[in-house]
Write a protein that binds this ligand. Structure first.
Ligand code: APR
Length: 238
């Protein structure tokens, strides 16, 4: 049995046209990044932050999953059909491209653009349109809905489960992440503690000493090739 953990970052969605945070193109500018990702920036100008998340949410309708997203969904189906071990997809991304590509179990450590969370009753709801600053919660009627995303300074989702699954991994693959934001960036160390094979797919090496194999190039080229290898190796179609 081979337990796989995949960790994706903004780079896997870059070729679908969604901006990354720290790499070349397309990229968020620093002001947008500050308002988008930090609790302070969010609190300082909530109207602007809501507008930015509304724009990102609206962009979801304009973009499509790319070959890398589709390849990971193929790998998940193959791993489960062939009963080859646990398959876990953890993403730092808040877009819904993994799900739209067919991935069924996605752990969003930093939340999801197409969801809203009530700051009063803490329930979360699917959300597709724009989200006003004082939107009433469908459950408790408090005007306390916000984008269900994790800001810098807030606790990520699924941390314990992600660390436990990474500590059981035999194969850990990071795709399109600068490996700079914790705790996601530390998951590879949990995999290394289990003597997992650790791989990285990126345009350029992330400087992390924890990856033993590096696949240099765009995710839409490197991920399908890697999935072909991982599925054909077992002699079955993905
Ligand atoms: N194929 C593969 N890798 C790519 C591609 C591509 N087409 N385009 C960019 N990359 C790589 C870049 O080289 C970079 O290492 O993707 C990585 C993107 O890094 P970041 O922009 O830092 O994104 P990420 O690692 O996901 O950031 C983590 O930081 O701002 C917070 O919450 C935000 O979830 C985000 C977290």
């Amino acid at each position: 049995m081979t337990n796989i953990v995949i960790l994706t970052g903004a780079g896997i969605s870059a070729e679908s046209g969604i901006a990354t945070f720290r790499s070349s193109t397309p990229r968020w500018d620093d002001r947008a990044l500050e308002a988008l990702c930090s609790a302070e920036g969010f609190a300082a100008d909530r109207y602007k932050a809501h507008d930015l998340y509304d724009a990102r949410r609206a962009q979801l309708a304009q973009v499509e999953p790319n070959a890398a997203h589709l390849a990971l969904a193929r790998l998940e189906r193959h791993w489960q059909r062939e009963n080859r071990g646990e398959f876990t997809l953890i993403t730092q991304n808040i877009d819904n491209l993994h799900e739209r590509a067919g991935s069924r179990q996605v752990l969003h450590m930093h939340g999801e653009l197409d969801a809203a969370r009530c700051e009063s009753c803490h329930r979360s709801f699917p959300w597709s349109g724009s989200l006003a600053v004082r939107e009433d919660c469908p459950a408790c009627d408090e005007p306390a809905l916000r984008p269900d995303v994790v800001l810098f300074g807030e606790a990520p989702y699924h941390r314990q489960r992600s660390e436990e699954l990474s500590a059981r991994a035999n194969l850990f693959i990071a795709i399109g992440t600068s490996a700079t934001v914790h705790p996601a960036a530390g998951l590879v160390k949990h995999a290394r503690s289990n003597r997992a094979i650790t791989m990285e797919v990126n345009l350029r090496h992330s400087d992390s000493p924890d990856f033993r194999r590096f696949f240099e190039g765009p995710a839409t080229r490197e991920v399908p090739a890697l999935v072909d290898y991982l599925t054909i190796e077992s002699g079955a179609e993905g």
